[in-house]
Every structure is written in C-alpha cells, then in structure tokens.
Design a protein around this ligand. Structure first.
Ligand SMILES: [Zn+2]
Length: 249
C-alpha cells in the first residue's frame, strides 16, 4: 500500500472510532427526545381531559339547576292542589305535577351517569399525571446518561481528534478532501477493501457495495499511490495485504 493510502487507512480507523462515539451519543440524545415527547403527549392528554371535565361539569350544573327549579314548581303545584276548587282544576294540576316528577326522575338518572363519567375522567387525570411524572424522571435519567457519556468520552474524543489531525497532515490536500467528503457520506467509512470473488480468477468487487471493480483499478492500486474510488458507492478502494486476507478467511 502506498504512503497516501496507508495514511488514509489510519485516518479511517480514527474516523470510525469517532463515528462510533457519535452514533452512541446520537442514540442517547434521541432517547431524551423520546421521553420529552412522552411528557408532551401526557400534557396534551391532560389538557383534553380537563376540557372534557369542564364541559361535563357545566352540563351537570345545568341539569341540577333544572331539577331544583322543577322541584320548586312541584311544591307550588302541591299547594295549589289543596286549594283547587273543581275536580277538573285538581286533575289539571295533578297532571302537571306528575309530568314534572317524571321529567325530574329522568334528569336524575342522567345526573348520576354524568357524575360517574366525571369521576372516571378525574381518575384518568390522576393516572395521566402519574405517567407524566414518570416520563419526566425518564428525561432526567436520559439527560444524566448523556452527560455521563460525554464526560466519559471527552478524553478519548480529544485524543482521536488529535490523531486525526496528525494523520491528515500526511495526506495530500486533494486526497484528504475526497476522503472527508466520502467519510461524511458513509458515516466514517470512507475506505473499503477490494474483495476477490474467486481465488483462481481475476474478478474483484467493492466490498462496500458489491459492484465489480475493473482489473485496471486493481493494477493501479498495486502500482501507484493514488486514490481509486468505487464508481457506484464512491468509497475509496484499497487492496488488503495477503496476510490480512488470510487472517480474515
Ligand atoms: Zn462500492
């Protein structure tokens, strides 16, 4: 392997470790977001629940007012009943009273059902609040986990960045630019080895995307220290030394 490729190879090892740290960090950051979303969901549910309770409570108040005004009317009718002068008048008052009593009985059933319903909503609100409290604890724990991870990786991260600079100095600027571009695109994996498909045939593929690699590319890598990129995935290709190939097999 040529000097440039050799340096890029070391650079890639550093990049992959940095990418790994990044990946783990992103996963932890996503966890925080997930729990924060749970908190927001609980808050929304709680708001809806409160709104429904308010509506039902208003309906309950109206119904109770209705019942008591009808009770007043029933009492008035009862007094009128005693003062009725004719049978006909008596019968008319009695009918009105009975209608009011029947109406109130219906309303009272509805009131009881509504009271049950409101009570259930209040129980639900308590459950939602408990869930929100748990999610808030989850957020705190996840944030702590991220802080701990950052603290734990800080030294390693600094070391790797220093290594990266040191390796980068040994690479010509144009090769470094291509490398950086490909590394960003493939999450640190800028270089992949060329694989030989069959031990006895000269058929090669890019082990990143499995597309065929021409013999010219393989020959160029054997003879010149310049970058060869896969025409499909764009990764920088390299040839593994026979020792590494054997140890892999
Ligand atoms: Zn490829």
């Amino acid at each position: 392997m040529g000097e440039t490729l050799e340096a890029l190879h070391r650079l890639q090892a550093v990049e992959l470790q940095l990418a790994e740290i990044r990946r783990k960090r992103d996963a932890k950051a996503r966890r925080i977001e997930y729990y924060k979303r749970q908190v927001r969901n609980a808050e929304e549910k709680f708001q809806q629940n409160r709104e429904t309770i308010r509506e039902r409570q208003a309906r309950l108040d109206t119904l109770q007012l209705d019942v008591s005004s009808r009770e007043d009317s029933i009492n008035r009718h009862r007094q009128l009943l005693n003062r009725a002068k004719t049978n006909r008048e008596y019968a008319a008052i009695l009918t009105a009273m009975n209608t009011e009593k029947a109406d109130n009985a219906k309303l009272e059933t509805e009131i009881l059902q509504l009271m049950d319903f409101v009570q259930n909503l209040k129980n639900e609100a308590a459950a939602i609040e408990a869930q929100k409290a748990r999610s808030l604890e989850d957020v705190t724990r996840a944030e702590e986990a991220l802080r701990d991870y950052d603290a734990e990786c800080q030294q390693q991260d600094h070391g790797l960045r220093a290594d990266r600079e040191e390796c980068a100095e040994k690479v010509p600027p144009s090769a470094l630019a291509s490398f950086t571009r490909v590394a960003e695109h493939h999450d640190g994996e800028a270089m992949v080895p060329i694989a030989k498909l069959h031990p006895k045939r000269d058929e090669y593929i890019c082990s990143g995307c499995n597309i065929m690699v021409t013999l010219e590319v393989v020959n160029a890598l054997q003879t010149r220290d310049e970058l060869q990129v896969c025409k499909v995935c764009g990764r920088i290709l390299y040839l593994e030394s026979p020792e590494t190939q054997r140890s892999r097999a």
